[in-house]
Write a protein that binds this ligand. Structure first.
Ligand SMILES: CC(C)(COP(=O)(O)OP(=O)(O)OC[C@H]1O[C@@H](n2cnc3c(N)ncnc32)[C@H](O)[C@@H]1OP(=O)(O)O)[C@@H](O)C(=O)NCCC(=O)NCCS
Length: 184
C-alpha cells in the first residue's frame, strides 16, 4: 500500500511539473529515459553544437551521473516529448540574480526544424516567469548555430553580447552569442 501511495505521489508530482503545449510537452526525466539521453550525448554532431566532447563513459557510469543530475534541485531537466515519444532535452540551470540559463537540444536529426524547440522554449520561459517567479532567462549559442539563434529570436530573446568559447569538441575557439529574455 505504502508503495502504491508513493507511486501515486510520484505521478502527481510529475503531472504538476509537466508543461503542455500544442505539439510538445515537457516532463521530468525518468530512469527509462537514460538510454535515449545517453545515445544523444554520444552523438558527435550534437556534441559539436554544444561545444562538448561526445560522452565516452559507459552507459552505467552515465546512468549514475544522469540520475544524480536529474535529482539535483539546482538543475531543472525536462524531456521534450512530441509524436508520442521523447524527442529532446531541455534544462534550466545556473539560477542566480533572479534568473537562470536555458539549454536545449532536439535529439533525432529528422525531428529538427519542425518547430519543437520554439514551442519548448516558450513553455520554459512561461514556466520560469510564472511558476518560478524569475525575471530573466539567459541563453547562449555558437554564433554559427543559425537554428538556435532563430529559436531565441522567435521566442522574444534579445541579443545582449558576444564572446568566444573554447570548444571541447575539437579544441578550437568559436564565436558565441548571448541572449536574454526579460519578464516585462
Ligand atoms: C537548435 C535546435 C535546438 C533548434 O530546434 P528545432 O526544433 O530544430 O527549431 P525550430 O524548428 O523550432 O526552429 C528552427 C528555426 O531555424 C530556422 N533554420 C533552420 N536552419 C536554418 C539555417 N541554416 N539558417 C537560418 N535559420 C535556419 C528554421 O527555419 C526555423 O525558423 P522559422 O520557424 O522561422 O522557419 C535543434 O535544431 C538542435 O537540437 N540542434 C542540434 C543541437 C543544438 O544546436 N542545440 C543548441 C545548442 S546551444
Amino acid at each position: 500500500m505504502a508503495g502504491r501511495e508513493k507511486e501515486g505521489a510520484d505521478i502527481h508530482a510529475e503531472e504538476l511539473d509537466t508543461l503542455r503545449g500544442g505539439e510538445v510537452s515537457l516532463r521530468p526525466p525518468r530512469e527509462e529515459d537514460v538510454e535515449t539521453v545517453y545515445e544523444w550525448d554520444r552523438d558527435p554532431e550534437l556534441a559539436a553544437w554544444n561545444g562538448r566532447a561526445p560522452v565516452s563513459v559507459s552507459l552505467e557510469a552515465a546512468r549514475r551521473d544522469y540520475l544524480l543530475r536529474w535529482e539535483d534541485p539546482g538543475v531543472k531537466t525536462f524531456i521534450i516529448e512530441a509524436e508520442g515519444r521523447p524527442v529532446g532535452l531541455a534544462t534550466l540551470y545556473d539560477f542566480r540574480g533572479g534568473g537562470c540559463e536555458l539549454g536545449i537540444k532536439i535529439g533525432p536529426e529528422e525531428l529538427r526544424g519542425r518547430g519543437y524547440a520554439t514551442e519548448a522554449v516558450r513553455l520554459l520561459v512561461d514556466y520560469a516567469f510564472q511558476r518560478l517567479g524569475l525575471r530573466v532567462v539567459r541563453g547562449s549559442t555558437l554564433a554559427h548555430n543559425r537554428r538556435m539563434r532563430r529559436v531565441f529570436e522567435k521566442c522574444g530573446f534579445e541579443r545582449v553580447g558576444e564572446g568566444s568559447i573554447l570548444s571541447r569538441y575539437d579544441n578550437r575557439r568559436y564565436a558565441e552569442v548571448f541572449y536574454e529574455r526579460r519578464r516585462h
